[in-house]
Design a binder for this molecule. Structure first.
Ligand SMILES: [Zn+2]
Length: 358
């Protein structure tokens, strides 16, 4: 992810921090300083926010390490001001595995809350009547309360929260994955409407959660629909076969001519039939602004080729398209270029199939 900084690595998984997270830390320091009028107040505030985000990181590691048990890798964990995201490569289709991976995160918060509660009780420093606000109150009691809040929030049975996945997993044990996702998404949208109404009446913050949940649910439903629609179909059936290519020694002018002449935006760059890479429109624009540095198309491409084989299954190619942050995948057969796959032509293929089936 752009604008993020690696802050650590544990068990082979990078923990990254988005730069906007620093804004949050700065804002909290200012808030405490204004309230307490001292440096120590500001330090306490920053310590509090960092302690909360340590809990968030542990929550995400709960998901990541549970996923690893089922052979699923996690690319990294990113800290954003709104929380953490573990970028797990794919969600399992086995409902029991999804259930364990989804509950592992909130289970970590349950463990933290339990340990804090026992420790506060044993050390006789638990003060249930203490006045707590966002900036005042006993430090560890506030951490305990935040963990309880995280459990409650994450277990709301709606996508993209963990509770939505738990609900889907339970439903999928009785019916198929696609149907379970649809039902879970509908329940999630029902909850979003409920939050929206309560939010309008009492608390505007709930409206934000409502919008967040609404989009999360519809995105998950669409993604599951696509996934099941492409099940068992090879890439060959949906790939583009009518397209232009560039030779690696072609000039940028040739790329400009081809771009203007048609609607194709990304061009495979080939060397004797073998794919060297994809010249995207962004690559071309960048190269045009510094032609001395990029005299040929080969010098302008990002060399990492993310090819799929023509006999690969579409669902795997779809996952690759989603995770590679590229618009276009070259399709090869015996390492020779035979086609291209884009999200647009994948969608087109699915629309045609749906129309033909109805
Ligand atoms: Zn979670």
């Amino acid at each position: 992810m752009k604008w993020s900084l690696k802050i650590g690595r544990y068990s082979g998984i990078d923990v990254r921090m988005h730069f906007t997270f620093l804004l949050l830390v700065g804002w909290v320091a200012l808030l405490y300083w204004r309230q307490g009028q001292s440096v120590s107040a500001a330090v306490t505030g920053v310590a509090f926010i960092l302690a909360i985000f340590l809990c968030v990181v542990l929550h995400e590691f709960g998901h990541a390490l549970a996923a690893r048990r089922y052979g699923i890798k996690t690319r990294d964990i990113i800290l954003l001001p709104i929380g953490g995201v573990a970028r797990i490569e794919k969600m399992p289709t086995n409902p029991l595995h999804e259930l364990w991976i989804s509950t592992a995160g909130p289970a970590v918060n349950v463990a933290i809350a339990a340990v804090l509660f026992v420790w506060l009780k044993l050390s006789a420093s638990f003060d249930p009547l203490a006045v707590m606000t966002t900036t005042a109150g006993p430090f560890f009691e506030r951490i305990l309360v935040v963990n309880l809040f995280m459990i409650a929030f994450n277990m709301i049975p709606a996508f993209p929260m963990d509770g939505g996945r738990v609900l889907r997993a339970i439903l999928a044990m009785r019916s198929d994955h696609r149907r379970a996702t649809q039902i879970a998404a509908s329940i999630g949208q029902g909850i979003a409407v409920f939050f929206g109404v309560i939010g309008l009446l009492y608390n505007p913050f709930l409206i934000f959660i409502a919008i967040f949940v609404w989009f999360g649910a519809s995105q998950e439903a669409r993604s599951a629909q696509l996934q099941s629609a492409v099940d068992g179909i090879p890439v060959q059936q949906a790939m583009l076969t009518d397209f232009r290519t560039l030779d690696k020694n072609d000039s940028l002018d040739r790329a400009v001519d081809l771009t203007l002449a048609g609607s194709q935006k990304d061009f495979p760059v080939v060397d004797n039939g073998r794919v060297e890479g994809i010249l995207t429109q962004a690559d071309l624009m960048k190269a045009l602004s510094d032609r001395e540095k990029y005299p040929t198309v080969a010098s302008a491409i990002q060399h990492k080729v993310n090819a799929v084989e023509s006999f690969d299954m579409l669902d795997a190619a779809f996952e690759k398209l989603k995770s590679c942050n590229c618009h276009t995948l070259p399709v090869t057969l015996n390492s020779r270029l035979v086609g291209m796959l884009t999200m647009d032509n994948l969608n087109e293929y699915l629309r045609i199939r749906a129309a033909a089936a109805s």
